[in-house]
Design a protein around this ligand. Structure first.
Ligand code: TNX
Length: 513
């Protein structure tokens, strides 16, 4: 295996590695210089570095807020410099990072930019930096100079907590790992046929009954208001926005089993713990349905500081087609009336009367099947933008190959790491739609996923491929945005996964012969 010194995933926009330059060395005497304005980032960095190094790493706050003078950095210090004027022109999430024998300096126009600079710095240290106990290694980084900014502003992962439930601790641990790859949104699929996972105080039956089931008949579970607040806060501290999804009008058996009134006959639906899709639907015109949705959307919006609320809309095969069209229009307006930008799966684009700005999430293949491109374009025509999750390359729940013990294969067969890496978001939909793409998302549906180890198996390393598509500049003649270079960097990442306690599903096997 070739050692990829200074290798970072996702690939930075520009990186110089001066040959023969002396490394930066972190020592017992090292300090972190940062103003109070970026305290969240400096304490995060200190926490990351103090544990494995055992160094005190005091955070030094200049008495006066404002730029830290050149020269403050001693040979072993780290400076986090907030440059509100953005002299480097790296934008809202970009940063510059310099490491050398005379110190480390990260500069950004926002705390988020500094946070991403910290993630790159983290990857420059030896893999042991990810250990959660003291290690004695040389805490050096190669000397390098980086200018970096993201390609897309929406860089997402999705976790389905409805098919199998994952508690707040698991979600927070997952968020810790997402941050390392500069992912900035986590979409939580909170409701489905098999479970309702978020407490709605005005409708306690939803979680009391609907929260007690999951695929295969396990115990299920749900997030209390406190749990959900903890997830949102943990995410925010890592510059990740939580996107809650309440999937309607299909995928609603858990709600229908919890609230008898939602059913046309007034009789609760039996609970469901299988893995079929497309059999359940809300009664789209009943007053009980809309009173219920008003309560749910209001309470979910209240618990969500982020701008988005996803209302699903996928696979509503049991809903009458005309009713569906009207339903998604009204649902999008309900979400907007609670101050959130609605997001829906691409099916909802069948309506030409969505709330202005409703975002479409595309989940057909790289080559759009049936009328999916049309439906997706419809969001753009209605002033909305797009998130792309092409199932044949971006679905994290697909098996890697026939030998994977878990994972599905309906999306044009299994999906190798290389397939997840080699696709171009702007080449899926016709022109107008491609310029409306705000980013990509890798969904992990959890019909076959039962534990944190299962999550890790399917998500890693494929998520790193998606992170690179989301963050890094598209491939060009001279760039290292190639499968060959990516797989080399992925190889070098192995010890880091190990130190993080992650067992990735597909050991990247590239012959360096
Ligand atoms: C399709 S993709 C679904 C989910 C399943 C997934 C399994 C989409 C919007 N809906 O309900 O869990 O396939 O891969």
């Amino acid at each position: 295996m070739r050692l990829a010194t200074g290798a970072i995933i996702p690939l930075p926009t520009e990186q110089l590695l001066p040959v023969g330059a002396e490394p930066f060395v972190l020592t017992q005497a090292s300090r972190i210089f940062a103003t109070d304005a970026v305290a969240s980032v400096s304490t995060y960095l200190a926490n990351i570095l103090r544990t494995p190094t055992g160094f005190p790493l005091p955070i030094i706050t200049p008495l006066e807020a404002g730029p830290i003078e050149e020269g403050t950095d001693g040979g072993h210090d780290i400076v986090l410099h907030l440059d509100l004027d953005d002299v480097a022109g790296v934008g809202a999430e970009g940063y510059t990072l310099e490491t050398s024998f005379s110190g480390v300096r990260i500069t950004a126009a926002t705390p988020a930019g500094l946070f991403y600079g910290v993630q790159s710095l983290r990857q420059l240290f030896p893999a042991e930096v990810e250990q959660r106990s003291v290690r004695s290694v040389a805490w050096e980084t190669v000397a390098t100079s980086i200018v970096d900014r993201p390609r897309f502003r929406y860089r997402g992962a999705m976790l389905d907590v409805a098919r199998h439930f994952f508690n707040a601790d698991v979600v927070c641990g997952f968020l810790d790992d997402l941050a390392l790859f500069k992912i900035n949104t986590l979409h939580l699929h909170l409701t489905d046929d098999q479970g309702w996972r978020i407490a709605i105080e005005s409708r306690p039956e939803l979680t009391a009954v609907g929260g007690a089931t999951e695929v295969d008949g396990g115990a299920g579970g749900f997030y209390t208001r406190e749990d959900f607040a903890r997830i949102v806060e943990h995410a925010a501290a890592r510059f990740v926005t939580i996107v809650p999804e309440i999937d309607i009008p299909g995928h609603t058996n858990a709600a229908l089993s919890a609230i008898p009134d939602l059913n046309p006959g007034g009789l609760a639906a039996p609970p469901y713990t299988g893995t079929e899709v497309g059999f359940s639907t809300l009664d789209t015109i009943s007053d009980a349905t809309w009173a219920f949705l008003e309560d749910v959307v209001r309470e979910v919006a209240e618990q969500t500081p982020g701008p988005w609320l996803h209302f699903g809309g996928d696979e509503s095969h049991a809903t009458n087609a005309d009713d569906y069209r009207e339903f998604v229009s009204r649902a999008s307006r309900l979400v907007a009336s609670h101050g959130k930008v609605p997001i829906a799966w691409h099916e909802a684009g069948i309506s030409t009367d969505l709330a202005p700005g409703t975002i479409g999430q595309y989940w057909s293949y790289r080559v759009p099947q049936t009328d999916t491109a049309e439906r997706t374009l419809s969001f753009v025509e209605q002033g909305g933008s797009l998130i792309l999750s092409p199932a044949d390359v971006a679905y994290l729940d697909m098996a890697y190959d026939e030998s994977s013990p878990i994972g599905l294969s309906w999306a044009d067969g299994s999906t190798s790491v290389q397939e997840s890496y080699e696709w171009e978001p702007t080449e899926i939909l016709p022109g107008q739609a491609s310029s409306a793409v705000i980013g990509i998302e890798g969904p992990l549906w959890t019909e076959t996923v039962r534990s944190r180890a299962d999550i890790d198996y399917l998500v890693f390393p494929r998520l790193l491929a998606l992170a690179e598509i989301a963050w890094s500049a598209p491939p060009s003649e001279s760039s290292l945005r190639t499968w060959t270079d990516f797989s080399r960097r992925l190889d070098a990442f192995g010890p880091r996964f190990q130190a993080l306690g992650i067992t990735p599903g597909s050991p990247n096997s590239v012959d360096e012969a």
